[in-house]
Design a protein around this ligand. Structure first.
Ligand code: LFR
Length: 485
């Protein structure tokens, strides 16, 4: 009989609690709870509703306990992954010291010049290997007024703390802070010291598979899970969990973890800290088992979802059903079909531009970017969607070519995992632009990676990463796209 594991997997736009069954070389997932997520705007700043998210985690874990009980089984452990870089500050008395900001708030950007004035960008890269993004934790922390006696817990660590009362820093996510030493594989005392950040700011590091703690009495009571239920560290950075579950059957693969962002790159044993790599803004984030996720953040389906949000709002505001119909006659599948029917070779935009980070009025910003690039883009949704997908595919191809060049790693096949793997047009355009076969799926790679690391910790899955990937390949065969002419 297979063991059951609960995966809490929260992205920027939605979260889910999944029960994963692992046994006999196969992994099967059952979503037991889904909930929306999104930034909350208050007085011009953007936050996450962390209390609301924790409440949804408890509801989901309750459903997981019931799901397991109905099968005469139990939940062996819980793993948590979310997006990276954001954190909550925990005060000396153990309570949250303030709101949890979203990386889409502009505050980090206001501190970039100050931080670079203290530690040069070259030095930051030499130590952390992290790509420059204006919202990296290091810049957000520089805007904090008082860190005395406080600890910063990244979102999955914070949720694990709420569940268990134990404070730890999981290493894959720690590597996105800008304060983790990619070579020494520890918090960088050098950078913390230079930036006058207290040494106690971050809790001790844990690696994937280590136990963070068992449930607090309140968590056990609320969920119906036994007190002894363990929260196990997984690749708590969602991208690390997704990359762990890429169904690669060759070492020479590239991946695109395609969701709100597209994380495009290769897996390495050692970081690449060259000046060329820094200038190309490639990151050396930590993967599970000490691997290096050598990748770049390419703009993702955020451009599409934000555009749709704007069109829906406009259609809603339009009042009359006829006008509404003319503005947005299409569901997402219809919109993608219409985009597929648009001519190829249309205008391209730079999907990685910082101009697209903030929410709101996305189609307008895309049209402006196309105009600035000299392209004539029509404002029809199908044309805008085609421009987004063409631009994403072009950026994927460019980024992968660069990743190979900078790392020396050969690539024979591209795996697209996550939500974007369902977008057949995007997958085909990527194969075409890169001139390489694309294998699409699984959609739930992140949750699979989360579950498999827990299963391995329980002795229910193989030790080697290749073994975990073989389970994914066996239970979730992808769809293959061959480059066209
Ligand atoms: C993807 C992701 C990216 C990270 C971004 C912000 O969900 O985790 O890897 O750069 O969100 O945290």
């Amino acid at each position: 009989m297979s063991s059951l594991f609960a995966a809490v997997d929260i992205g920027a736009s939605s979260g889910r609690v999944i029960v994963g069954a692992v046994g006999a070389g196969a992994a099967d997932l059952q979503v037991v709870h889904r909930f929306p997520n999104g930034v909350v705007e208050r007085a011009g700043s953007l936050f996450w509703d962390i209390e609301g998210l924790f409440e949804q985690v408890l509801v989901g874990l309750t459903a997981a306990a019931e799901h397991a009980a109905a099968r005469g089984s139990s939940i062996a452990s819980i793993g948590i992954d979310t997006w990276a870089v954001d954190y909550g500050l925990v005060a000396a008395d153990g309570t949250l010291a303030g709101p949890v900001f979203s990386y889409r708030d502009g505050r980090g950007a206001t501190a970039v010049a100050d931080v670079h004035g203290i530690v040069a960008p070259e030095k930051l890269y030499e130590v952390s290997g992290l790509q420059h993004l204006p919202f990296n934790t290091i810049f957000q922390l520089a805007t904090e007024r008082d860190l005395t006696d406080k600890q910063a817990l990244l979102i999955p660590d914070l949720l694990a703390y709420f569940l268990t009362g134990e404070r730890r820093s999981e290493s894959t996510n720690a590597s996105t802070t800008g304060l983790y030493d990619a070579v020494a594989e520890s918090w960088s005392s050098e950078l913390l010291g230079a930036l006058d950040l207290p040494r106690y700011l971050f809790p001790a590091l844990v690696e994937q598979g280590e136990v963070i703690g068992t449930l607090r009495a309140e968590s056990a009571e609320r969920t119906g899970l036994p007190l002894v239920t363990r929260v196990v560290a997984v690749g708590s950075h969602d991208t690390a969990s997704a990359v762990a579950a890429v169904p690669a059957t060759t070492p020479n693969f590239a991946y695109i973890s395609s969701g709100t962002w597209s994380l495009v790159g290769v897996e390495l044993d050692q970081p690449v800290l060259s000046e060329a790599s820094r200038l190309a803004n490639f990151t050396n984030e930590r993967g599970v088992d000490g691997t290096i996720r050598y990748l770049r953040n390419v703009g993702g389906l955020w451009l599409l979802s934000e555009s749709i949000r704007t069109w829906e709002q406009e259609a809603h505001d339009a009042g009359s059903p006829a006008l509404r119909q003319s503005l947005l006659p299409l569901s997402l599948p219809e919109l993608l079909a219409a985009a597929a029917a648009e001519p190829s070779g249309g205008p391209l935009i730079d999907v990685d531009s910082e101009d697209f980070i903030a929410p709101g009025q996305m189609p307008e910003r895309i049209l402006a970017a196309a105009r600035a690039g000299g392209g004539a883009l029509e404002s029809r949704p199908a044309a805008v969607v085609r421009c987004i997908l063409d631009s994403l595919a072009a950026s994927y191809a460019r980024t992968l070519a660069q990743a190979q060049e900078l790392s020396g790693k050969p690539v024979e096949v591209i795996h697209i995992v996550g939500g974007g793997s369902q977008n057949t047009l995007l997958c085909q355009l990527t194969a075409d632009a890169a001139g390489l076969p694309v294998v699409a799926g699984p959609v739930e790679a992140t949750a699979l990676g989360n579950v498999l690391i827990q299963a391995r910790a329980a002795g229910a899955a193989p030790e080697a990463l290749e073994g975990l990937r073989a389970i994914v390949a066996a239970s979730h065969p992808g769809i293959r796209y061959v480059p066209r002419g």
